[in-house]
Ligand binder design. Structure first.
Ligand code: NAP
Length: 315
């Protein structure tokens, strides 16, 4: 008996399936070129004179602050440490000749939003970068607290802050019918990442919330980008030497800004897109298994050194 029946219906069905797969492949290739090769910086001034960056005193947030200021945006730096906030704001205003505002608050506390609202009430915010985030130690869920991690803090800083900052700034953008919101997720939010359970879940939340915001408010002129990079060489990742797979924050940020308005979810740069695509296309359980092994080895490597939470509490 022939493996494939020779009936016309089956052949038409097979041709349609192959055509769909081929078109899907072509669409993917075009999208990749359109998003990661053809992008240019949006005209941020068109959306408003000010950009607000949370967690803007270090790593990826600091790279956002510098790039947006270099593009002529006035900057509101919001972060925890008042000295660092002041230093960054002064450096940026001197270097790029733009105005800056400093807000020193801890996003781990729920009562900071009236203060932020007051500081922002008379400025024209065109771009909001919800960047602030904290990591967890590479351990199983029940060990997070034993290792000095604060579950509530991870949830509040990584998820609640972006909902509340969006709630604060979105109405003003909708009134003008224009605005850009960039929400900082992570590659660990693409696929369940064992040993980073709470962190990875908060980043999944960021991705989902961003896509909902885009669907709800795109017709009001608001562009929302879910930014999901993989490892970046910053204090958080504890990787100091950038390479192709782990780029420096400046590279990821300048390339991610060019993807605004071209996609709902951006990996930022090409090497992170390739990592993300692999995770999206392989079976989820297989990717989770691989991630678990990579993280276990990373944990072995850092055994004996202070954990992220311990290092933070020693600061
Ligand atoms: N690095 C990576 O590999 C990577 C990959 C994917 C996604 N991400 C995401 O990218 C974002 C930034 O990460 P990063 O690597 O740039 O981190 P980072 O180098 O540790 O910088 C974090 C920034 O957030 C501030 N911050 C931390 N906790 C805060 C709090 N409770 N209240 C106010 N400000 C606070 C820090 O200020 P202080 O210096 O005063 O603490 C600092 O300015 C995070 O959302 C992270 O999840 C990072």
């Amino acid at each position: 008996m022939a493996l494939f029946p020779e009936c016309a219906c089956f052949q038409i069905f097979a041709q349609v399936v192959f055509a769909c797969i081929f078109l899907n492949f072509l669409w993917g290739c075009w999208n990749f070129i359109y998003v990661y090769f053809m992008g240019t910086y949006p005209d941020f001034h068109k959306y408003g004179k000010w950009s607000v960056v949370t967690g803007g005193t270090d790593g990826i947030g600091l790279a956002f602050v510098n790039k947006l200021a270099a593009l002529g945006q006035n900057i509101v730096v919001i972060s925890r440490n008042p000295e660092k906030v002041e230093k960054v704001a002064l450096e940026v205003s001197e270097k790029y000749k733009v105005k800056t505002k400093q807000i020193a608050v801890d996003f781990g506390h729920g009562d900071i939003y009236p203060k932020i609202a007051k500081e922002l009430e008379d400025i024209d915010v065109g771009t909001l970068v919800n960047n602030v985030g904290v990591a967890q130690d590479i351990v199983k869920f029940l060990k997070i607290v034993d290792h000095g991690g604060n579950l509530e803090n991870i949830l509040t800083v990584n998820a609640e802050s972006l909902v509340k900052m969006t709630r604060l700034i979105l109405p003003g953008m909708i009134k003008k019918r224009k605005g850009i919101v960039v929400n900082m997720g992570s590659g660990s939010g693409i696929c369940p990442t064992p040993l980073l359970s709470v962190y990875s879940s908060t980043k999944k939340f960021v991705d989902c919330f961003s896509k909902c915001m885009h669907s709800e408010y795109a017709d009001k002129g608001i562009i929302t980008l879910s930014f999901m990079p993989w490892f970046v060489a910053t204090k958080m990742s504890e990787i100091s030497q950038p390479n192709f797979l782990v780029p420096c924050p400046e590279h990821v940020v300048s390339s991610a800004l060019k993807t605004i308005g071209r996609c709902r979810r951006s990996y930022g740069c090409i090497s992170h897109f390739l990592q993300g695509k692999l995770c999206e296309d392989l079976p989820e359980s297989f990717v989770s298994w691989i991630l678990r092994h990579i993280l276990s080895r990373a944990r072995e490597h850092v055994r004996g050194k202070p954990t992220v939470s311990q290092a933070r509490s020693q600061q």
